[in-house]
Ligand binder design. Structure first.
Ligand SMILES: [Zn+2]
Length: 116
């Protein structure tokens, strides 16, 4: 399950940042995940539940996920358009030469912690 690796990486970043800030506990973490990461929300929740329990700092914390839909720019005519994971074709000129602008991100937007 690729979500386990994904969540484990996020948790590593989160616990490091929380420790550096002197936090007592992580309350929630907000992520932005592009559709092209192909992360299944249920699997993410499950992975988070299992892995966050391993560290007292993150035990009981909540994961909030914000989906990012894929968006590309046409290299032919410059139009920007939203699309799904499988069909990337410019709606203006029909070209399939495009460059991805969004949809592959995996970033921590914010985290909420308890400070002493
Ligand atoms: Zn075009």
């Amino acid at each position: 399950m690729h979500e386990l690796g994904l969540v484990s990486g996020v948790l590593e970043t989160v616990t490091t940042a929380a420790r550096e800030a002197g936090a007592l506990r992580v309350i929630s973490v907000k992520l932005r995940i592009g559709d092209l990461c192909e992360a299944v929300p249920e699997s993410l929740d499950f992975a988070w539940e299992v892995l966050s329990e391993e560290d007292p700092l993150t035990a009981g914390s909540k994961l909030v996920v914000e989906d990012v839909h894929p968006r590309s720019r046409c290299l032919g005519c410059g139009a920007e358009f939203d699309h799904d994971r499988f069909h990337v074709r410019c709606p203006q000129c029909g070209s399939s030469a495009t460059s991805l602008l969004a949809g592959r991100e995996l970033e921590i937007v914010s985290m909420e912690v308890d400070l002493p």
